[in-house]
Write a protein that binds this ligand. Structure first.
Ligand code: FES
Length: 182
């Protein structure tokens, strides 16, 4: 069994290698590795989605939405419906809410900083990863219930959550902008 798995893996790698070989002269090593690993992650996702649920179950989950309120720096509220599985950054962008997200959710910025307005909801969220905490440390106006919007994913228990968008991001602060207190 183990042997078979190992053999299967080497065949897959050999195949990937075969596909890459004609181009390897032109591609840097790193790029071909990326292509192979992309194939692997696709495989992982594919296995997960088929094993976890059938098509009808998947369809009903996609339709399920929760209500989230974004409160902007002027105190204006915007109520939106967010499909389960969508990040708050994506939800903001879909609804024309100003939340920057400069690194497109790759945990390399803090411009998607949001403040969970109720501790009750904050406690329902998954613990932030070390990478998220590192970026949050750089966020302007960090609070006890701060999170990165791209890491907060809509779950049924978050229905009714309210998120405040801070009045400035670190980029403005670095540029010398001093936000007025509201
Ligand atoms: Fe950069 Fe969220 S968009 S960390």
């Amino acid at each position: 069994m183990v042997k078979e798995l190992v053999r299967g893996k080497s065949v897959a790698i050999a195949r990937a290698g075969y596909i890459q070989r004609p181009y390897s002269r032109y591609l840097p090593t790193l790029q071909s590795e990326t292509l192979v690993s992309r194939g692997a992650s696709f495989q992982k996702y594919h296995n997960f989605s088929t094993a976890a649920k059938g098509p009808s179950e998947e369809g009903s989950e996609q339709e399920e939405k929760i209500s989230v309120t974004f409160v902007d720096k002027d105190g204006e509220e915007k109520h939106v419906k967010v499909p389960i599985g969508m990040s708050m950054l994506e939800a903001a962008h879909e609804n024309d809410i100003e939340l920057e997200g400069a690194c497109e959710a790759s945990l390399a910025c803090s411009t998607c900083h949001v403040i969970v307005m109720d501790m009750e909801y904050y406690n329902k969220l998954e613990e932030p990863t070390d990478e998220e905490n590192d970026m949050l440390d750089l966020a302007f106006g960090l609070t006890e219930t701060s999170r990165l919007g791209c890491q907060v994913i809509a779950e049924p228990e978050l229905d009714g959550m309210r998120l405040a968008i801070p009045s400035a991001t670190r980029n403005f602060a670095v540029d010398g902008y001093v936000p007025k207190p509201h």
